[in-house]
Design a protein around this ligand. Structure first.
Ligand code: DAH
Length: 338
């Protein structure tokens, strides 16, 4: 074989092989090209190598030199193609996942501390025989004031102390407000059924107070009402003491201080002895005859007691929360503790 022809074969082989290899992006295509050119049995490179034996002895050094150049060029193109193919593989599937690593930690959510408190209070009062009722948060003056023996000119009705719904009033002519106390539910329950009633009602109330460590414009109350023949103040005190003992734990003492509420007579402030001092948790009293009359109960036949306790206050004391605003900031670092 002529040296020229041999070199021409090598040139062609180099051109083709390097051209094809430079276009390769993935491992499967690379393997095809590898077999075609570099296959041990019938690869084109092997074929050209065989024909080197047919060169004249004087042509062999020159032929061999060119052969080696082409071999190196194809090898370099092959290496590059292999690199590209392996990069492509990591790009498309990402790094291998390591199944022995611990899984990503997911925190379980839970109900809000106030909701937990409400559930707890319902459970305790349920064991004391009180069933749960609900009332609306948007109220009319009858249920929030009038039927509760709070007359028209009473300061508790001041617009500065209540959230009156001005737009509702403008559009429909009726006065509505966000209830300022859960005592409204006493009226709704007594209007809808005859004694005996023994209920609690837990829910939100609203007052336009500036928020600080102990005030928030929305908070929760637990209202209690027991009306029947012969209900006494001694029963009121027993119920509240049992409640305090169950909720705060230990043998909690309670104290009544004389007070005034329009809807009870007599009225008291209720203190629990807790962590070495007396703490006020709410108000209570014997349902005023005017209230019984307003709902059509005969005050000569029935007596009853009522109480209203602050839910946030109970929750905060039990869990050593010192700022009511923490309950409503929605900061998980705080909420997570409950
Ligand atoms: N409604 C009163 C308040 O929000 C609390 C209260 C006092 C409720 C005495 C009662 C009660 O049922 O008898 O301040």
């Amino acid at each position: 074989m002529e040296l020229n022809e041999f070199v021409h074969q090598l040139d062609e082989l180099e051109k083709q092989a390097v051209g094809e290899l430079s276009a390769i992006q993935d491992a499967a295509a690379l393997e095809e090209v590898r077999i075609k050119y570099l296959g041990a049995k019938s690869g084109q490179f092997k074929n050209v190598q065989k024909s080197m034996g047919a060169l004249a002895a004087t042509d062999r050094p020159a032929g061999g030199k060119r052969f080696n150049e082409v071999k190196n060029a194809i090898q370099a193109a092959f290496d590059e193609a292999q690199n590209r193919a392996s990069q492509q593989a990591t790009k498309s599937t990402g790094p291998m996942a390591d199944p022995t690593l611990p899984g990503a930690r997911i925190r379980l959510g839970h109900v809000h501390p106030i909701t937990q408190t409400i559930e707890h209070l319902k459970e305790i009062m349920g064991r004391l025989g009180f069933s749960v009722t609900e009332g609306p948060e948007v109220e009319d003056p009858w249920h929030n004031f009038v039927a509760l023996n709070i007359p028209d000119d009473h300061p508790a009705r001041d617009p500065l102390d209540n959230f009156y719904l001005k737009t509702a009033e403008k559009n429909s002519g009726v006065t509505r407000l966000l209830r300022s106390q859960t005592s409204t539910v006493q009226i709704r329950v007594m209007e809808s059924r005859q004694p005996p009633v023994r209920i609690i009602s837990l829910g939100r109330v609203y007052r336009p107070d500036e928020a600080d460590a102990t005030h928030f414009p929305m908070f929760h109350q637990m209202e209690g009402l027991w009306v029947d023949r012969g209900v006494t103040m001694a029963q009121l005190k027993s119920v509240l003491r049992l409640f305090a003992t169950s909720y705060l734990g230990g043998d909690v003492n309670i104290r009544f201080r004389p007070s005034f509420f329009p809807f009870t007579e007599p009225s008291v402030e209720v203190d629990f002895w807790w962590a070495g001092r007396w703490i006020e948790f709410g108000g209570a009293g014997m349902v005023d005859p005017n209230v019984l009359n307003a709902v059509g109960y005969d005050p000569e036949v029935y007596t009853g007691f009522a109480f209203g306790l602050g839910v946030e206050r109970l929750c905060m004391r039990r869990h050593q929360v010192t700022d009511i605003r923490d309950l409503y900031r929605n900061d998980v670092r705080f909420l997570r503790q409950f």
